[in-house]
Ligand binder design. Structure first.
Ligand SMILES: [Zn+2]
Length: 371
């Protein structure tokens, strides 16, 4: 071979060796990549599609110090009495004995705050706190019932008297609720038992999107579940699942409502100090978890990328749930889930041996379309 013009024989030989080396390497690489599955062999895709694992855009537990937080058992939807129900002092005593420390009575004839609570119960235990609240109904454009948690808004009349209920639109009632909040950074509207109220998902989403202080929906309402005329309408978890799948940070509430016979449902607030203000701040941010009985506790929920982990005291089964449904089920009282980068949200449910169930709030990975 003749050297190229301008190159010495030695330089030309070196160039040829480099070119040969590169060609050999390219051939080897293409042979290696061709050693994939042969004819008839299944092509196994990677379990996780490549891509960056997203960080949470909303984590209601981000500011919770689990080592020092007080866990305050709270009722966001409860009536002082109904029909043959016990009088309020026996109601409070019975629920206090079941561990409830924060009461937000939500009466509706009239729909008016029962606050401050020691005005009605002078000998309240020192560790009981309370918040203004009421259940509003009879609006002109919806069968909705909602709670004005942390608001002094009142509507309606005592039982048997007129006028009955709000008698205005739900938008008017939401505005009045939000204009009368006790604290700017606490409380808001809860959409009560949407399935029992026969609201459509679209209607609930329209209400939820009305204002960032429309906090979420009742995922479990014990009275709607146990009512004898229309039983088993207490769970609205399918609504929750659909709404969360749209990227909306919908807070889930677990409430007893009227029930007084083995009442199920409570919200366990995670607060730095046991004050009425902190209780309402926790509700605003979703810094709490739901429980049916109050017999087990979540000790920690941590996001340590790319993992979400949970520790409980008595759990025997842990489920991680995303927009795809249950994506992992783990036996035991603690569990860890590896994020794939595809999650819109992750929430966690825990089953305990005595029938207790615990429900985390959602951790969101996709920015909400609204709010
Ligand atoms: Zn109610």
């Amino acid at each position: 071979m003749k050297p190229l013009p301008g190159l010495s024989r030695v330089q030309f030989r070196s160039l040829c060796i480099v070119v040969l080396c590169v060609l050999t390497l390219a051939l080897l690489l293409s042979a290696a990549s061709a050693q994939g599955p042969g004819a008839g062999e299944p092509h196994i895709r990677p379990a996780r599609p490549p891509g960056r694992v997203r960080r949470p855009v909303v984590n209601p537990y981000a500011d919770v110090n689990w080592d020092t937080a007080h866990q305050v058992h709270s009722l966001s939807h409860i009536h002082t009495g109904w029909g043959d129900a016990p009088p309020i002092y026996r109601r409070v005593r019975a629920l206090y004995d079941r561990g409830i420390r924060h009461f937000a009575f939500s009466n509706y004839y009239p729909s008016a705050p029962y606050y401050p609570l020691d005005q009605y119960l002078p000998d309240l235990p020192d560790d009981v706190i309370a918040s203004p609240n009421a259940e509003h109904h009879t609006m002109t454009n919806t069968p909705l019932h909602f709670n004005s948690l942390g608001s002094f808004f009142r509507s309606g009349s005592p039982q048997g008297q007129q006028p009955k209920g709000v008698r205005r639109t739900w938008q008017h009632a939401f505005r009045a609720t939000l204009d009368n909040l006790q604290f700017d950074d606490g409380g808001g509207v809860t959409i009560n038992h949407p399935v029992w109220s026969k609201l459509t998902i679209a209607q609930v989403i329209e209400m939820f999107d009305y204002d960032p202080r429309v906090l979420g929906i009742e995922v479990y309402n014990d009275t709607c579940e146990k009512r004898t005329d229309t039983p088993q309408l207490g769970w609205s978890d399918e609504y929750w699942q659909i709404m969360l799948g749209t990227g909306r940070f919908v807070i889930g509430f677990f409430v007893i409502d009227h029930s007084d016979d083995d009442p199920l449902g409570r919200n366990v607030l995670l607060v730095p100090e046991v004050t009425e203000h902190e209780a309402l701040r926790a509700y605003r941010r979703g810094a709490f978890y739901g429980a049916l009985r109050g017999t087990a506790r979540i000790n920690r929920i941590a996001v340590d990328m790319p993992f979400i982990s949970i520790e409980t005291d008595k759990g025997e089964k842990v489920r991680f749930i995303t927009q795809k449904g249950v994506v992992q089920e783990t036996e035991g009282n603690q569990a860890k889930y590896r994020l794939t980068g595809q999650e819109v949200f992750v929430r966690i449910e825990v089953d305990c041996p005595d029938g207790e169930r615990l429900f985390s709030q959602p951790i969101m990975f996709v920015a909400s379309p609204v709010k």
